[in-house]
Design a protein around this ligand. Structure first.
Ligand code: ZN
Length: 122
């Protein structure tokens, strides 16, 4: 197998690919907004056979990845809408909540991908 470069690792994370082969899909459904099967993952990589379901409850740790992402989005959204655009505080919170709801599927998926890359790389 060819050596893995940093750019291919970044591209594999962006496209939710296996941390070992960078080719197998980590999620069964390709669309990030397929809400009924949003977090469905195969047990093993369909290309290289790497175990993706590391252990029961492994992906609970992905909450520690999603939390700072959510906080960053919330704070930036509030600062921009309240301080830059001088919107009402309640409206700013509404915009931040709407933004978080809109990107929640992305946050959930990428927090799992990042957690897998951080703690289960080969
Ligand atoms: Zn693989």
């Amino acid at each position: 197998m060819a050596p893995v470069s940093a750019s291919s690792t970044a591209a594999a994370i962006l496209h939710c690919k296996c941390p070992r082969c960078h080719q197998g899909d980590l999620f069964i459904h390709h669309s990030h907004y397929h809400l009924s099967g949003l977090l469905d993952m195969p047990d093993t990589c369909p290309v290289c056979g790497r175990d993706i379901q590391i252990e029961p409850g492994f992906y609970l740790g992905a909450m520690w990845v999603s939390y700072p992402i959510v906080m960053l989005l919330l704070i930036v959204s509030l600062l921009v809408s309240y301080l830059v655009f001088r919107l009402d505080l309640l409206l700013s919170f509404g915009i931040a909540a709407g933004l978080l709801l809109a990107v929640l599927p992305l946050i959930l998926r990428y927090s799992r991908v990042l957690f897998l890359y951080l703690f289960a790389r080969d």
